[in-house]
Structure formats: C-alpha cells, structure tokens
Design a protein around this ligand. Structure first.
Ligand code: CAA
Length: 259
C-alpha cells in the first residue's frame, strides 16, 4: 500500500498489520489527507482475511497532537459542516478487526480521540493524553466528550475537557483509559505482544466479541444481552467453534481456520 502520510505494513508479524502515522515534523497532526489515507488503509486491512489484529502507532515523540490546527484555523462553521471531516472517522469505528493503539508521547485532541477509537491502548510511560481543544477556542469534536467520559468517568473527563490538562500514562492507566503502561523502549513490542494474543484467537469469534463489547456503549443492558446471545449462537455455525470445542475435549491445541 502506497501512502504519503502513513506507513502500512500488513503481516509485520503473523496475522498482524502495523499502521504508522508519519507526519513527524507536525507531531502527526491529523490533516484531512492523513485521515483519508488512514480510513482507506484500515478498511483495506479489515477486508484482508490474513489480518487478525491491527496495531496503530505514531512515533516516540507523538502518537498524534490532534487535528491539524493550521488546516482548520481559517475555516468557518459552514466549511466545517460541509467537509464534515470527523464523520469519516466513523468508518474506522466500523472496522471489525481489533485495533490496538500503541501510544508514545502526545495523544492530544484528535490524537487522544483516535486512540480511544481503537479497541485497546498500550502506552509508553512517556505518553500524555489530553483534550486541549478548549485552549484554542473550541472543544473536542471527534468523540472526546463521549468516549473519554465513558472510559474514565464524568469528573475526570470534565476536568480534562474544561481545563485542557494532560494526564500521564500512569494516570490514564489508573483511570481505566489504557490497558498497560510499559517503559518507553518497549511500547511497540508490548503492543505486538497483545496483538499476538488477539491474533492467536479464532478471528470470527474475536470480531463478534469486539462488536458485542462495543454494543455495550449503545444499548440498554437487556438489548445488549440479546445482541450478545445472538452473536454467541451465530458462532456455532463456524468451523472454529467445532474445532475449538473438539480440541478442548481431545486435550490438544486448536487450529483455527478463520471459517
Ligand atoms: N496541528 C498542526 N500542527 C501542529 C499541531 C496540530 N495539532 N500540533 C503540533 N503541531 C506542529 C507545531 O505547529 C510545530 O510546527 P512548526 O515547527 O512548523 O512550528 C510542530 O508541530 C512541533 O510542535 P511544537 O513546536 O509546538 O512542539 P512542543 O514540543 O513545543 O509542543 C505540543 C508540543 C504541546 C503537543 C504542542 O505542539 C501543542 O499544543 N499542539 C497542539 C495540541 C492541540 O491543541 N491539539 C488539539 C487540536 S484540535 C482537535 O484535535 C479537534 C478534535 O477534537 C478532533
């Protein structure tokens, strides 16, 4: 895959793809062109049956410092409405393949929102998460008021959104925003390790399980339970269910077909 603002490596490890944001001089500011490429890459990887987990990362200094302020600075509200750039992010939300954000350095504004759009976050101890949009006269526009509040609760989300204050990786871990915090030099390895644990699972079950966990944010408990149950029953028409249960009974390791 040939892109200008991102580097995509399908199969960097067995069944794992790496997507790296690559505007280092701009701290990976998420300009329109970058987001367009990112959405296309994620959609293509989601269609690739060999890929069972995607790792999304930036570089040591920045995962991403937000939407591109220079690109937005001169715009009016009608321009913003017409381009409606953040609705494009919904296409990443529809990705069935689990996505892990490997975050080092700044994950601010749209960068924090992008990490939260992923299914899990592995953070370097240098990571800083924040929604500083208020400091430039606006507010989060790509999920920050919603996903952050759901992840860490009203009190802490409100403080971050209203003051623009950053939280450290350790604070993000304590608040339940990230899955693990590791030394700076290990964040990508730790993300791959987690990705390998996901990729070792039967992919259709992983996809339906992801879909069911995410449904918890949009449904009542009863609706969510019905949704979960139907996905559970649906898995009984996969070969991997037959193999998984047979292997358990035969006391051997299952061999997944992804069917
Ligand atoms: N957009 C465009 N360019 C950005 C940027 C952004 N979000 N963040 C950083 N850059 C650019 C800087 O302008 C600078 O470019 P030049 O060298 O050409 O001047 C370069 O990246 C390096 O940045 P700094 O010199 O500022 O580096 P620093 O180490 O002094 O500060 C920082 C780092 C604290 C992250 C600071 O750059 C910063 O505050 N960035 C903006 C963070 C922000 O407000 N993000 C929210 C954006 S709005 C948004 O995301 C809306 C939404 O909800 C989707």
């Amino acid at each position: 895959m040939d892109f200008q603002h991102i580097i995509v490596t399908p199969g960097i490890k067995p069944h794992i793809a790496l997507v790296q944001l690559n505007r280092p001089k701009e701290l990976n500011a998420l300009c329109l062109a970058l987001m367009q490429e990112l959405v296309s890459a994620i959609e293509a990887l989601d269609q690739d049956e060999d890929i069972r987990c995607i790792v999304l990362t930036g570089n040591q200094r920045a995962f991403a410092a937000g939407a591109d302020i220079k690109e937005m600075a001169g715009k009016g509200s009608i321009d913003m409405l017409k381009v409606d750039q953040f609705s494009n992010w919904e296409r990443i939300k529809r990705c069935k393949t689990p996505i892990i954000a490997a975050v080092s350095g700044f994950a601010l504004g749209g960068g924090c929102e992008l990490s939260m759009l992923c299914d899990m976050i592995v953070a370097s101890e240098t990571a800083k998460f924040g929604q500083p949009e208020i400091k430039i006269g606006v507010m989060p526009g790509a999920g920050g008021t919603q996903r952050l509040t759901r992840a860490i609760g009203k009190a802490r989300a409100m403080e971050m959104v209203l003051t623009g204050a950053f939280i450290s990786a350790k604070e993000a871990y304590a608040a339940g925003l990230v899955n693990k915090v590791v030394p700076a030099e290990l964040y990508l390895d730790a993300a791959f390790e987690l990705a390998q644990s996901v990729a070792a699972m039967p992919p259709i079950a992983a996809q339906l399980a992801k879909e069911s966990v995410l449904a918890a944010f949009n449904t009542s408990l009863d609706e969510g339970l019905v949704f979960e149950r139907k996905n559970f029953y649906a898995l009984f028409s996969t070969e991997d269910q037959k193999e998984g249960m047979k292997a358990f009974v035969e006391k051997r390791k299952p061999e997944w077909q992804g069917k």
